[in-house]
Design a binder for this molecule. Structure first.
Ligand code: HEC
Ligand code: HEC
Length: 254
């Protein structure tokens, strides 16, 4: 049980009346708010993907709202102000939407778009599956723009779905070693995340966005490991070490 989360929930209940029922539930059961609603196991129970009938058209429709910030193909933008969301694992996308909705992860920009009255649970699953299926390219294919069958519209669409994270400074060799020892077991051999689990990809994600998240974890505003809420794992690394890891990660989508 983490007192910090209970206090957070109590403060929220005072400020935000629509949340009162949820916060009261937390108060009454004196559960960790994250345990209660947004643990991966709980998410898998509430959002039963196996019996869900995926509706691509609903996914596409909802994505038009998300695209206002995250882009048409979920590739994010503004140098990581808006993260890439294409290809994230389905359980992870669902879990983060629930965290935003419950104000357990800070994000003023998005909250109104993911409220339950805006986005029912079935729709959360549709948009999560829809985004998960989007494959981004890391470079434009080589074609002859002067060829008679050149399709300018198709080319424009392709260009919009290209995301290549520029290499960042740091010792790639040291970063690789650290990544393999400390991060690979969960975030995957190539930083691709875990599709079965709520573990995000790190490769192909904006570096400024990732740094911002590291700071949120270190400040206790996000929970990196739900199984061990007290863990201070990310605090154990120096800025330089994390920079080396990120430099290595920035090579993984080349
Ligand atoms: C008004 C802008 C805006 C809209 C519209 C928006 N988002 Fe976001 N979203 C953000 C911002 C900003 C962040 C990053 C917050 C941060 O840096 O901590 C974010 C983060 C996310 C994340 C977390 C990514 C990660 O790697 O953890 C997911 C998932 C997400 N959004 C899904 C969606 C979906 C689905 C929709 C449409 C229903 C949507 N967003 C609509 C602004 C927006
Ligand atoms: C025990 C498994 C585990 C290990 C080991 C691990 N992570 Fe994570 N990481 C996760 C999970 C699960 C999440 C998503 C948690 C959440 O919902 O906020 C995450 C999220 C992140 C995010 C936020 C990504 C996003 O899209 O918002 C960053 C950055 C990150 N981890 C960096 C690291 C680094 C760097 C290492 C190695 C030093 C590492 N992690 C090791 C499980 C792990």
């Amino acid at each position: 049980m983490d007192l910090k989360y209970i206090l957070q929930a109590l403060v929220l209940s005072a400020c935000l009346s629509p949340l009162a029922t949820h916060a009261q539930k937390i108060e009454e059961s004196s559960f960790n708010a994250t345990d209660l609603i947004a643990s991966t196991n709980n998410i898998k129970k509430i959002f039963n993907l196996e019996s869900h009938d995926y509706d691509k058209y609903t996914g596409d429709e909802i994505n038009q709202v998300c695209a206002g910030c995250h882009g048409e193909f979920g590739m994010g933008g503004s140098d990581g102000k808006y993260p890439r969301i294409a290809g994230l694992s389905i359980p992870y996308i669902i879990k983060e939407i629930v965290l935003f909705r419950e104000r357990l992860r800070p994000n003023i920009a998005m909250v109104e778009h993911v409220e339950e009255r805006q986005l029912a649970n079935d729709e959360v699953m549709d948009i999560a599956i829809y985004l998960n299926k989007i494959k981004l390219n890391n470079r434009l294919s080589i074609i002859d723009e002067n060829a008679p069958d050149f399709d300018a519209y198709a080319r424009l669409q392709e260009a919009k779905s290209v995301l290549q994270i520029g290499r960042t400074e740091g010792d790639i060799k040291k970063g690789k070693k650290l990544y393999k020892k400390e991060c690979k077991s969960c975030h995957g051999k190539k930083g691709e995340g875990n599709q079965e689990d709520a573990t995000p990809r790190l490769a192909g994600q904006y570096q400024k966005y990732l740094w911002r998240q590291i700071n949120l974890y270190i400040k206790g505003k996000r929970l990196h490991d739900e199984d061990d809420p007290e863990e201070e794992f990310l605090k154990d690394f120096s800025k330089e070490q994390l920079g080396d890891i990120f430099a290595y990660i920035s090579t993984l989508d080349d």
